[in-house]
Design a protein around this ligand. Structure first.
Ligand SMILES: *[C@@H]1O[C@H](CO)[C@@H](O)[C@H](O)[C@H]1NC(C)=O
Ligand SMILES: *[C@@H]1O[C@H](CO)[C@@H](O)[C@H](O)[C@H]1NC(C)=O
Length: 540
């Protein structure tokens, strides 16, 4: 055996050894960040307005991390009001303490700080973070969380020549505090004024002709579905919110609020510049942002009309959604194939049907689910649960089927048991697009249908290769069904990703609980936990 091949053999062995150690005995790297949140001024739509900056940036810093990294983020709040960030799609395994929503965390008071300890455990893909408090999201404060595979873990595509992150979303020129106080006094939210890509109406992405690039596209907006497309180019879908999918090719993609998709784009056209467009869908007044895809050998600037939005409408969008399939033979963050989890064969513990509604309570605009409009308590639910503080939330206000009659206000928590396997049906009887998100777990989106859901619709479910994700759309006057394996103990927010609806009550919490106290199921309360409300003076 030559020296070279012996070295190869040895290296193969040592690689295997390192690999098995890192898979079993995870002492995963720590990454430390200090983030300061301030107000700043920016003019994304041509008029100066107040925005929320993180370390002086809008959008906020991009987190480029690796599966299982320990992220220690010390967040300093220099705003004049309490603030929290939430980590959209990061599952916070055993750790709803770090979820950064008002049901799990006390908000960081002005002039103070809180150190989050988060870990994208067994996760891979494109995610985001954004402010969960007040209506701060309308001022920015959001950013990307790009979780890359560990060494030795394969992804089902060749390494791209570059990696672009596109945070797209609708945007208001009106100050976020004005929007918030208008809703506080009972009004519904006005329509947005524009669309931004990475905080701009014109962002440029550079690449070499003939090469393939990864585009991570997230809808960080407040209310509107966006259609994303690139002039003269197709997109190969590879990943959706942590799942590797069948690599279908699309001319355009509908990205609903709160969702993320990752696509590959090959620069296989003549050398010039091409438009990148994100435009509002299903609205009579069209808003759009156009970026530029610049070929490095291009001498010709963008030309021609903006690529047209798809002619397919709601029904076509639903058909597109059904083409998103889990690649059963591909792995995700772990080496085993995704398809080895046969979700379609698991017996459901129960069915919960959730119907959204727009309503007025005490003369003010509110949104409700099964007739209950959520109100944030002074004491986070998670802390109330931990310290046995009574009277903070109610576990019987939200019924597990749609109700009739006037909506009421409550701090609603739905009790479930650890390892329940639940079928949720989102029944949308309104003529508007919905987007529902769950913290703590991803779910299989097994069915979309028009009209009223009924048990017989289960015959139409995709029980083989539905995609597992954290946010799903529900079409107007339609239903969406999901299956979720509640293997993550904690207090988890289920919310409308449509931010006006979330702010005005279309949300609740799932308490995933077991009587058994074990660190194998849930971590202890962090020693630096902030205390507020009735938890003041307790000892974490
Ligand atoms: C605030 O930051 C300091 C370091 O500057 C740190 O020691 C402290 O733990 C942080 N507070 C919280 C609640 O995390
Ligand atoms: C599914 O994943 C496998 C394994 O990574 C890969 O070889 C295959 O090309 C993928 N199939 C599709 C249709 O994307």
């Amino acid at each position: 055996m030559g020296k070279q091949s012996l070295l190869h053999l040895l290296c193969g062995v040592c690689l295997l050894a390192v690999l098995s150690v890192s898979l079993v005995n995870a002492e995963n790297p720590y990454r430390f960040y200090t983030w300061t949140v301030t107000y700043g001024t920016s003019s994304p739509l041509g008029v100066p307005q107040r925005v929320i900056l993180i370390n002086g940036q809008f959008p906020g810093p991009q987190l480029d991390v690796v599966t299982n990294d320990n992220l220690v983020i010390n967040l300093f709040n220099k705003l004049d009001v309490p603030f929290l960030l939430t980590w959209n799609g990061i599952k916070q395994r055993k750790n709803s303490w770090q979820d950064g929503v008002l049901g799990t965390n006390c908000p960081i008071p002005p002039g103070s700080n809180y150190t989050y300890n988060i870990q994208p455990k067994d996760q891979i893909g494109s995610f985001t973070y954004f402010p969960s408090t007040g209506f701060h999201k309308a001022a920015g404060g959001y950013g990307a969380i790009n979780v890359n595979q560990r060494p030795g873990i394969a992804v089902p595509y060749a390494p791209p020549a570059g990696d672009f992150t596109l945070l797209v979303g609708d945007w208001y020129k009106v100050d976020h505090k004005t929007l918030q106080s208008s809703m506080d006094s009972g009004n519904s939210l006005i329509p947005p004024h524009g669309v931004l890509i990475n905080g701009k109406t014109q962002a440029t992405f550079n690449g070499d002709q003939g090469k393939t690039y990864k585009f991570r596209i997230s809808n960080v907006g407040l209310g509107l579905t966006l259609n994303f497309r690139i002039q003269s180019h197709t997109m190969k879908l590879v990943e959706v919110e942590g799942s590797h999918v069948m690599q279908n090719t699309y001319d355009s993609l509908d990205v609903h609020v709160g969702q993320s998709v990752t696509v590959l784009v090959t620069l296989n056209q003549a050398p010039k510049d091409y438009y990148i467009v994100a435009s509002t869908r299903f609205t009579t007044r069209k808003l759009s942002a156009s970026g530029i895809l610049h070929y490095s050998n291009s001498k010709t600037s963008v030309s021609g009309p903006l690529p047209a939005e798809p002619t397919y409408q709601l029904h076509g969008s639903m058909l597109q959604a059904r083409t998103y399939r889990w690649n059963l033979t591909s792995n995700a963050a772990r080496p085993n194939p995704q398809g080895s989890f046969h979700y379609g064969t698991i017996k459901t513990t129960k069915t919960i049907v959730l119907s959204n509604s727009a309503t007025k309570i005490n003369g003010k605009q509110r949104y409700a689910v099964n007739g209950v409009s959520y109100v944030n308590p002074e004491t986070p639910l998670k802390l109330a649960d931990h310290f046995n503080i009574a009277g903070v939330f109610s576990m019987n206000s939200l019924k597990t089927n749609p109700t009739t009659g006037a909506a009421t206000l409550a701090t609603s928590v739905v009790p479930t048991s650890l390892h329940d396997f639940i079928e949720f049906v989102f029944q949308n009887n309104e003529n508007t697009m919905q987007s529902w998100h769950l913290d703590g777990s991803s779910f299989w989106v097994v069915g979309f249908g028009s009209g009223q859901w009924a048990p017989a619709k289960r015959n139409t479910y995709n029980l083989a290769d539905a995609v597992a994700r954290h946010t799903t759309q529900v079409y107007p006057n339609s239903w969406t069904a999901i299956l979720v394996s509640l293997d993550n103990q904690g207090m988890w927010n289920m919310r409308s990703a449509i931010w006006e609806r979330q702010y005005l009550g279309q949300q609740f919490y799932l308490r995933v609980w077991t009587a058994e106290k074990s660190l194998a199921n849930e971590y202890n309360i962090p020693s630096n936990a902030l205390l507020c409300g009735k938890a003041v003076g307790r000892k974490p």
